[in-house]
Design a protein around this ligand. Structure first.
Ligand SMILES: Cc1cc2nc3c(=O)[nH]c(=O)nc-3n(C[C@H](O)[C@H](O)[C@H](O)COP(=O)(O)OP(=O)(O)OC[C@H]3O[C@@H](n4cnc5c(N)ncnc54)[C@H](O)[C@@H]3O)c2cc1C
Length: 341
């Protein structure tokens, strides 16, 4: 029998779930307050590496491949263009990092993602560079086209969900009883009474769009900052990680920090044409949260996507859709009870 789900939150988490439920032909509504400051701000870069320790990101295999297939599928269903193939070039910070990268090239776990060494790699950075396959999602297009599609299908509601208009006992919202309700609220998770004790913390990030006279088309450069070519001479340059400022406004200090970090990539002049800020939902162990509420068993949390939301969301949304529709258990390691021990 078809179940009806209410998704609260129209960021990459909620929207990926909407697409997964659509693919399963399930009934749902998505309600969003229109105040998104994370998924639409994100650079949308997806690749399998965690550069800081030259390791694969958590669950990179299979999440990377699943996300690639997912976004290409949505792009074709919505008849739009937001998926851009990308070579992600890491500029090494030390001879040790260069050496570890070379070891990774011979490691079968890394081989599906890393590009073979080429003489070109020596041209970049003081200690050379290495490349990994990736892509970037034009986040503004992905989010706005997805919401537009939901709106056309009369599935999108515009509202702020609070304890006054939603009853977790009956799963009733605006006179409709739902079979399952998913809270995908990003950093605002603690503002509602239902999962307020799950440690989803705000981490502010700022991004610049600059004009840079550099004829690179499909390669992003990463060291202390990243530079993502988005067409013509325009590049997105970022980003900051700020834990003490939860206002979604860009700051002069953030701009200076990004431009300063960008000197690790280039000393060319960069003309700033835009400056944005957003707030990532992060957890203490940098892992997502995907679980049922302890008391209200048909109420779910989908959160903690941190700085890798565009890679994590498609697979996690699929797992959540299977929990809702097929009653499959959710992975224990994603349950917020892990923070209690
Ligand atoms: C500067 C910056 C750069 C980034 N770059 C990348 C990148 O390159 N690659 C990558 O993968 N990730 C990146 N990220 C991280 C990525 O943006 C996050 O992982 C992701 O957006 C989190 O998505 P979400 O859906 O959980 O939350 P959100 O995007 O915050 O979505 C939550 C939605 O719920 C709505 N909402 C909240 N409360 C309510 C309520 N009570 N009622 C109704 N609606 C509500 C909000 O308005 C919002 O629309 C970046 C983030 C920042 C800030």
């Amino acid at each position: 029998m078809q179940k009806k789900t209410l998704i609260i939150g129209g960021g990459v988490a909620g929207i990926c779930l909407a697409h997964q439920l659509t693919q399963r032909n399930e009934a749902f509504n998505l309600v969003d307050d229109g105040k998104n400051v994370s998924s639409v701000v994100a650079a949308g870069i997806v690749h399998a590496m965690s550069f800081r320790r030259t390791l694969l990101s958590w669950n990179a295999m299979p999440f990377y491949k699943e996300s690639e297939t997912f976004y290409k599928g949505v792009e074709s269903t919505l008849n739009t263009n937001f998926f851009h193939p990308l070579i992600v070039r890491r500029l090494f910070s030390s001879p040790e990092e260069a050496l570890i990268w070379k070891q990774r090239l011979n490691d079968s776990a890394f081989q599906p993602f890393l590009r073979e060494y080429s003489a070109e790699d020596e041209r970049f950075g003081p200690y050379g560079s290495g490349c990994v396959d990736g892509f970037w999602i034009d986040s503004k297009v992905f989010i706005s086209e997805s919401l537009h599609d939901l709106s056309k299908r009369k599935l999108l509601l515009s509202d702020t969900v609070t304890a006054d208009n939603f009853n977790p006992n009956t799963l009733e919202y605006k006179g409709i009883m739902y079979d399952a309700v998913v809270l995908a609220l990003g950093y605002k998770s603690k503002e509602t009474p239902w999962f307020f004790n799950v440690p989803v913390n705000p981490t502010k990030g700022q991004l610049l769009t600059v004009n840079w006279n550099n004829p690179v088309e499909n390669t992003s450069l990463h060291r202390k900052a990243f530079a993502l070519p988005i067409g013509g001479n325009a590049f997105k340059i970022g980003s900051t990680y700020e834990w003490n400022d939860t206002s979604p406004d860009p700051t002069e200090e953030g701009r200076e920090r990004i431009l300063n970090n960008a000197t690790s990539i280039t000393t060319d002049p960069l003309e700033v044409i835009d400056h944005t800020a957003g707030i990532r939902p992060t957890t203490p162990d940098r892992r997502p949260v995907l679980a049922r509420h302890q008391t209200y068993k048909q109420l779910f949390i989908f959160n903690g996507l941190g700085s890798k939301g565009y890679m994590l969301a498609p697979s996690l949304a699929k797992q959540l859709s299977e929990a809702i529709i097929d009653n499959k258990p959710l992975a224990e390691e994603l349950n917020p009870s892990r923070f209690n021990s």
